[in-house]
Design a protein around this ligand. Structure first.
Ligand code: PRP
Ligand code: URA
Length: 210
């Protein structure tokens, strides 16, 4: 645990992430790896999901079986690249509701610019899992969390694939109530705000836009 960040570095995740970092890895494989890692991440992030019991009958006897209590989750994807994490999480938790926040990072100022927002109306009653593969300056994540709080969210976790120490510090400072889950904490940010060694621009690598 670094500040309020939890490092989820299972060997399977590290191996898949190394494949993603390789500049030779093409978009289709990159997306598939991100999807696979996201199922492993969400498994860790949801350890504290509340359970209730439901009476069932096994072939042998009646049994109070543990089941997830209610459908109280919402995944919020920070577009575009957030969708790469979202898809794998929905594979594992198909009944979760989904919100979207469209943000892009202005390349000159590195500030987040919002272009889309659609969230479930009852977000205040739900555990919110906000997802974006990259936590660099944290300008995007911080803006997204502020929007979620304005919409009524009180119980939020932030999940990313790669983070920079600068981003963890900035996000922990701006939103100390939001636990961060990351699969790796890299060395630093370069002069253009890119994570080093990183994997490049996540959205471009997912969709082949560069
Ligand atoms: C990337 C990434 C994050 C942001 C991280 O998005 O997916 O949202 O940069 O950088 P920050 O921590 O410095 O804000 P980008 O702006 O490239 O948009 P995209 O997802 O549409 O490609
Ligand atoms: N956004 C990315 O996609 N990659 C980085 O390294 C930083 C921000």
């Amino acid at each position: 645990m670094v500040q309020n960040a939890t490092l989820v570095d299972h060997p399977l995740i590290q191996h898949k992430l190394s494949l993603m970092r390789d500049e030779e890895t093409q978009s289709a494989v990159f997306r598939q790896l991100l999807r696979e890692i996201s199922t492993l991440l969400v498994y860790e992030v949801l350890w504290d999901l509340p359970l209730k019991t439901k009476k069932i009958k096994t072939p042998l006897e009646e049994f109070d079986a543990p089941v997830i209590a209610g459908k109280k989750l919402v995944f919020v994807s920070i577009l575009r690249a957030g969708n790469g994490l979202l898809d794998g999480m929905l594979d594992l938790v198909p009944l979760a509701k989904v919100g979207h926040i469209g943000l892009y990072r202005d390349p000159q100022t590195l500030k987040a610019v919002e272009y889309y927002l659609k969230l479930p109306e009852d977000i205040g009653k739900r555990q919110v899992i906000a997802v974006d593969p990259m936590l660099a300056t944290a300008n995007s994540a911080s803006a997204a969390l502020t929007r979620l709080k304005e919409a009524g969210a009180t119980n939020i976790k932030f999940v990313c694939l790669l983070s920079a120490p600068e981003g963890i510090e900035a996000l922990s400072g701006a939103h100390p109530d939001v636990p961060i889950y990351t699969a790796a904490i890299d060395s630093h940010l370069n002069d253009h705000g890119y994570i080093v060694p990183g994997l490049g621009d996540a959205g471009d690598r997912m969709y082949g836009t560069k």
